[in-house]
Ligand binder design. Sequence first.
Ligand SMILES: [Zn+2]
Length: 161
Amino acid sequence: MKRKLILDSMCGRLARWLRFLGFDVLYLREADDDVLLSTASETGRVLVTRDEELYERAVKNGIESILLTSVDHVENMSQVLRGLEADVALPPEETRCPLCNSPLLEVGPAEALNFLPSREIARRYGKFWLCDKCGKAYWMGSHWRNIEKILSEVRRNIRER
Ligand SMILES: [Zn+2]
C-alpha cells in the first residue's frame, strides 16, 4: 500500500506528478502551517514541504515529513520517492487524476469518445483513462515520451545516491 501524502502550497507540479504515479496526494494551496500539520497528523499523511521550519515542526510533533532541498523537479521527485522507499513505477490501475486526485478508470475508445477533443484521438489510441470527478481524459499521447524521460532520470538519480 502506498503512503498518502500532503504537499504544501509550493509543490503544485510535484503534486500532479505524484498523483500520476499513483499516490494519494492532498495539495492545499491556501493552507497555513497549522492546518497542514493538523491535517497530516489526523489523516496519517506524510508531509512534503520546502519549508525547513515547517519540516522541523512536523518532526518535533511526530509527523513523518520529507524536506525538499532542491529547485530541480527531478531531484525533488527523487527526494520524495527515496524518502518513501517507493519504486519509480507507473501502475496504470493506481494512477490518479493529476488535477483532482481521483482514481482514474481505464476505458476503451468508445467509452472515452465523449471526453476527447476529437474522434481522431479515439481512433489513434487504444486505451484511455477517465476521471469521473472532473471529466478529464488521459491517453499516452505525444507527451508520453517526455514523461518516460523524466521518470528514467528520476530512477537514475535515485540509484546514484
Ligand atoms: Zn480529475
